[in-house]
Design a protein around this ligand. Structure first.
Ligand SMILES: Nc1ncnc2c1ncn2[C@@H]1O[C@H](COP(=O)(O)OP(=O)(O)OP(=O)(O)O)[C@@H](O)[C@H]1O
Length: 571
């Protein structure tokens, strides 16, 4: 017998098959590169399979989003009705088994295979000849994410193994299209959600009488409602709440919603000014009232005339000043330090405290009559951790403003919002604002990751722990500066290391309004944070200082104090 013809026929068939395979692969790769949607790329590939290789009724089955059942998502040569019927539980029939096992299946003759279900396509629709079925898993790494399958006539010159091989290659193309598409979908829906939140934040910001107060929690709504009730009256309002909950901000809203809005709004933090200076700051002084008083000067109360005076940390006022404040409230007159004449004043006074004034009254450190005068209309601002939903709104807003301030376009990575929502924010809104600003500064490639946030929150917790413990100086703590003012510290911060009594720090997280970290002792364990920050910025000290919320000068001082090598940085 002469086998040469057969050999030649087989060779020809093989080389034809090789050429078709390459054409299909080449065209499919082009489709993937050019198609904007997976529909075009995958359906195009299934069409090529049918037209070039005789792999008919090709289909791609993916798990349904609702119940995990496999359903035909893309196909070629199937009618709508057939597509609709092609649903398989995981493990069911050939298709379901391929999905379950992650192994390909080659059914040489579907009529002889019990497990072949004829679910999508009736036997009568198929050719009378022997029909084979090949199904391969679509893999994303080690997981099976779908199934690619097709029919072919059993008797063809092309080997069924060649079909299996090409289907396996095409399934990797399809896997890529699907996973890229999933990624795009995920990212798009995330950006859409973020866009919606930013719009909400903007809308909220432009809210008519809210003057930039953000938040949808009941607490914020209640506070705004109360404010609108008393804004245009002469009632004395006492704002209570932890540090950073927005007491000053709400006092401004009160002023802006009153008929005094075109007159001055003057704010003073009673705890931030040394006692011996506070009186003249508030009441002004006459020339020669004390050494250095070379000219007479108006105090804050006079400067606020016609408008509103906001007295923050009213609980820190000493008894003498409490009496003088009572006098203003009762008679609307003041006397400057060193003066004898009464000066009439027309100010609306709003006070705020993070302390429990009632307790101070009980202890005898706050006048009961003044307490009654101030507490006519108390408005409590709850801590951020009790304002459900507000963290999200505020974080989006602070992200937007930090991006604007630093000319960036930074977004939150997946999971960041959730992390921010679960943190308990002892420093409230001010702390959240700081954390977002810092995260924008340290973020790489415009994405703030959960790791960035974790790093900042770790540093925040270290500061909190230290401040909680830090009221009593420990063995290794050294005052960072002999004069706080020289570091641009506010008096309340510098007071901590003069002979004056320590000023209580609200909730242990008193951030200065400059957004820099308040003065704190240099701690040995800060070295780690400093090194970590420098590592993160590639040695840039200015950026590392910003991450830790310090001025570059505070940062350099710490490096020196802790004896860290200066060449830690490449600046
Ligand atoms: N509801 C809010 N919407 C937007 N920003 C807010 C809101 N509440 C507070 N802020 C911002 O948070 C920061 C802290 O607010 P604010 O200074 O009013 O707090 P505070 O309670 O007076 O703090 P402290 O008691 O420490 O003085 C400010 O930057 C303020 O603008």
């Amino acid at each position: 017998m002469d086998y040469s013809t057969d050999v030649n026929v087989n060779k020809n068939a093989e080389s034809d098959a090789g050429a078709s395979d390459l054409t299909v692969l080449h065209e499919s790769a082009k489709l993937i590169g050019q198609s904007a949607t997976p529909e075009i790329a995958i359906s195009g590939t299934l069409r090529l399979m049918s037209q070039m290789l005789g792999l008919n009724r090709g289909r791609v089955l993916l798990p349904s989003a609702i119940n995990d059942n496999l359903q035909i998502r893309y196909s070629y040569g199937l009618r709508d009705e057939e597509r609709r019927l092609g649903i398989y539980k995981i493990g069911e029939g050939i298709t379901g088994s391929v999905m379950k096992s992650g192994q390909p299946a080659v059914i040489q003759n579907i009529d002889e295979e019990q497990n072949y279900l004829f679910r999508a396509v009736d036997r009568e629709t198929l050719p009378d000849d022997v029909v084979a079925f090949i199904a391969v898993p679509i893999m994303d790494g080690n997981s099976t994410i779908g199934v690619l399958a097709a029919h072919r006539l059993r008797m063809r010159p092309r080997a069924i193994d060649s079909d299996l091989m090409i289907l396996r290659i095409l399934s990797t193309f399809i896997a890529q299209i699907i996973s890229i598409n999933n990624l795009i979908k995920e990212r798009t829906s995330y950006l859409q959600e973020e866009n919606r939140e930013l719009k909400d934040a903007l809308q909220n910001k432009s809210g008519e009488n809210n003057h930039g107060i953000l938040g949808e929690s009941q607490a914020v709504r209640d506070a705004l409602r109360q404010i609108s009730r008393v804004a245009d009256t002469v009632v004395t309002v006492l704002l209570t709440g932890e540090s950073g909950t927005g007491k000053e901000r709400f006092s401004q809203v009160l002023h802006l919603n009153s008929s005094r809005r075109d007159q001055p709004f003057v704010a003073i933090n009673c705890a931030a000014i040394p006692e011996q200076l506070l009186e003249s700051e508030l009441f002004g002084h006459e020339r020669g009232a004390f050494t250095g008083a070379s000219a007479s000067k108006k105090g804050k109360i006079e400067l606020a005339s016609g408008g509103t005076l906001f007295l923050d940390e009213i609980g820190d006022l000493n008894m003498e000043l409490q009496s003088k404040l009572l006098r203003i409230l009762e008679n609307q007159v003041i006397q400057r330090v060193g003066g004898v004449k009464d000066i009439p004043v027309d100010v609306r006074i709003i006070t705020a405290t993070h302390k429990n004034l009632q307790e101070a009254v009980n202890k005898g450190t706050f006048r009961l009559d003044l307490f009654y005068r101030l507490n006519v209309f108390p408005i409590h601002l709850p801590p951020l951790r009790e304002r459900a939903g507000d963290v999200r709104i505020l974080a989006s807003h602070f992200l937007l403003s930090a991006n604007t301030e630093y000319s960036r376009y930074t977004v939150f990575d997946k999971g960041v919002m959730e992390r921010l929502e679960t943190y308990n924010w002892p420093g409230n809104i001010r702390q959240l604002e700081n954390v977002i600003k810092r995260s924008v500064l340290i973020s790489l490639e415009g994405i703030i990751t959960v790791t960035d946030i974790e790093m900042i929150l770790r540093q925040e917790s270290a500061i909190n722990e230290h401040l909680e413990a830090g009221q009593s100086s420990d063995a290794f703590s050294l005052p960072a500066f002999s004069a706080g003012q020289s570091e641009g510290l506010s008096p309340v911060q510098s007071r901590a290391h003069t002979s004056l009594p320590p000023v209580p720090q609200p909730q242990s997280t008193a951030y200065s309004s400059t957004q820099n970290r308040p003065y704190s002792w240099v701690r040995k364990d800060e070295a780690e944070a400093i090194e970590e920050a420098l590592k993160h910025t590639g040695g840039n000290k200015t950026r590392a200082a910003a991450i830790l919320g310090m001025t570059p000068r505070q940062f350099r001082y710490r490096i020196e104090k802790l004896g860290l090598p200066m060449n830690l940085s490449r600046e």
